[in-house]
Design a protein around this ligand. Sequence first.
Ligand code: NAP
Length: 535
Amino acid sequence: MKSSSISGLLASDFHLGSGIMRMNSSLICVPLVSKSVDEMLIGMVQAKDSGADVIELRIDYLESLRPRSDLEILLRDKPLPVLVTYRPKWEGGQYEGDEQKRLDALRLAMELGADYIDVELKVAHEFMSSISGNKPEKFKVIVSSHNYQSTPSAEEIGNLVATIQATGADIVKIATYAVDITDVARMFQVLVHCQVPIIGLVMSERGAISRLLCPKFGGYLTFGSVSAGKESAPGQPTIKDLLDLYNLKNIGADTKVFGLIGKPVGHSKSPLLHNAAFRSVGFNAVYVPLLVDDLANFLKVYSAPDFAGFSCTMPHKETAVQCCDEVDPIAKSIGAVNTIIRRPSDGKLIGYNTDYIGAISAIEDGIRGSHNTGINATGSPLAGKLFVVIGAGGAGKALAFGAKAKGAKVVIANRTYDRARELADLVGGDAISLAELESFHPANGMILANTTSMGMHPNIDGTPISKQALSFYSVVFDAVYIPKVTRLLREAEESGVSTVSGVEMFIRQAMGQFELFTGMPAPEKHMREIVARYV
Ligand code: NAP
């Protein structure tokens, strides 16, 4: 296990599936970190109701533990298999008392019917010999090791597995810390080769995929908190997200992985939208957030065919152009890639920009007065039109190059005039200042596209152009999509001008990504419903 990439490993160990969803045997464990026995009892019922397979009682969190009476109460009518953990401070837990009393409580838990107990590697030999000959038949000991600073090499993790196994552990648990998302690849490498049941998790937001992809790599168990704020370790998702958002029960070795590469990524609704879309068409894939610091290194390490495609957001859209083997010509002109596909035939990375396709097709349909997506329509209604773009940033470039490709004459208006000039030169158009925009009216039937963040929540009173000047246009588009109806769109409607919302661009760029990811038509109705509900 010397390689730091999982490419060769995954290519040989996993074959791409037939698209049929299938179950896995990884368990979902809800850790309970309540301060009182009563709260823990309530949590046990909640854990069962939320779909857990196992409940972990973190008894080190109880404010005062009376081992015999409390464990009797907790284990008497357990609604699910129970794992008892009494984690000491020296291994990252809450318990600070006498070590013998701690181990006595764990033995007691075993005698009172716990299904699993977790014991730390440092005391595992001593503990295992103390229960030798008394172990109930189905009872299992998890021997655990925690590293809260880093993730060692795959070789070192492999050696740790062997050391833990040598204690007589039924299940190996290794938790490390992700400084970079590529650290997780080493844990995956170990998981997939491990011959014994293993829980291998990498803590922190950068390690989140170790939890979400646990079933793909054959992990024995993954943890999901009963609700947000009740996590027992950094980066732990809720059980609701594991089951409903990531569809964890249907992730298998052949499930393809897609994801949103960005920094930050936690706020994004893309996992919600893409996972629901995959599910609705029975596509065997999962879409996960990928908190990436170094895009080139991420793509190098996760080079297996099963890491099949990515959405790209801030701050990686520009770097992505350099990281792809081939880039769609317009995406190259824009200088931004928001979708990366790994071509199955040769593993090459192909970059696209569905932002411009989404925005331009929405505007074309706005001009036609239709609600069809029209992504493949030929004979653009933009041809020959004067297309005014406000803004010269990422979205501005996408709209400007997209409109030019459709045969429009492009004019750029921007707060920083020099940037407007630069972009105008690139698209063979004109540049004007925001002040000039107010009286700019060289032709009838002009199209206006706002690509600045003016009017975006929470500054919803902002607008890039006066209401009077809007009457020069036949269609007004706003890239801002929160709120759905911005001040700009409202004033355009009040002036009798047709409008196209940024929500339409958002939906269509995601539909474009879905089609590139799956090779299937996007489930438009379903995706629109999800966006209407959550965005
Ligand atoms: P960006 O690269 O940072 O560019 C921002 C642009 O807005 C620049 O031209 C900037 O002008 C201008 N600007 C910012 N604040 C301004 C202000 N107070 N007054 C006048 N101009 C101002 O950002 P971006 O990635 O292009 O995103 C721009 C907007 O598009 C955001 O609201 C984003 O949410 C939206 N967007 C929507 C979608 C969608 O799917 N609907 C997709 C992508 C982006 P200077 O050059 O003078 O700084």
